[in-house]
Ligand binder design. Structure first.
Ligand SMILES: Cc1cc2nc3c(=O)[nH]c(=O)nc-3n(C[C@H](O)[C@H](O)[C@H](O)COP(=O)(O)OP(=O)(O)OC[C@H]3O[C@@H](n4cnc5c(N)ncnc54)[C@H](O)[C@@H]3O)c2cc1C
Length: 129
């Protein structure tokens, strides 16, 4: 008989724990108080973003970035099938980050250790802005 585990909360934490426990042959039930899972990482419908017969467009409540030193969530993403690949395949490599400010030009930053003169230039400009 499988051991039964109950997880309260269907955010990244609860769902990741469920994923790992199911792989270890536990019988897992996740209880989520909201009508959709995902917690702070879920996408939300943007009100008035589509015509009357269409579903609203999904929007993010914040930025979504996964630095290379994140090992666990990206490993979980590699194990979740999506279309012909995995969720991980949807991640896009970046070389620059724009830090937005109200009423001012964005501050440009490099998102990796500088590898070129252009990267160094962006870094130096960032330090002085
Ligand atoms: C604006 C913003 C931007 C972010 N950007 C990034 C990013 O770019 N990269 C990154 O790695 N992280 C980012 N994060 C952080 C990341 O979203 C969170 O660390 C992560 O989603 C937390 O997951 P969690 O499962 O621990 O908690 P939560 O997401 O809070 O999930 C907890 C869940 O438990 C449910 N719950 C609570 N109490 C009960 C109960 N009694 N019974 C049943 N269900 C219950 C809640 O409804 C919720 O769904 C961002 C967060 C915010 C707010």
């Amino acid at each position: 008989m499988k051991k039964k585990i109950v997880i309260l909360g269907g955010g990244v934490g609860g769902l990741s724990a469920a994923h790992e426990l199911i792989r270890r042959n536990f019988d897992v039930t996740v209880y989520e108080q909201l009508s959709i899972p995902g917690g702070k990482a879920r996408s939300m419908n943007v009100p008035n973003s589509a015509g009357p017969d269409k579903k609203p467009l999904p929007g993010e409540h914040g930025f979504r970035f996964f630095p290379r030193f994140y090992q666990h969530i990206t490993q979980t993403m590699k194990e979740i099938p999506y279309k012909n690949g995995t969720v991980f395949d949807n991640l896009v490599d970046t070389t620059r980050i724009d830090l937005l400010q109200y009423n001012k030009a964005p501050i440009k930053m490099v998102s990796r250790f500088p590898k070129s003169l252009k990267d160094l230039e962006v870094m130096i400009r960032m330090i002085f802005t």
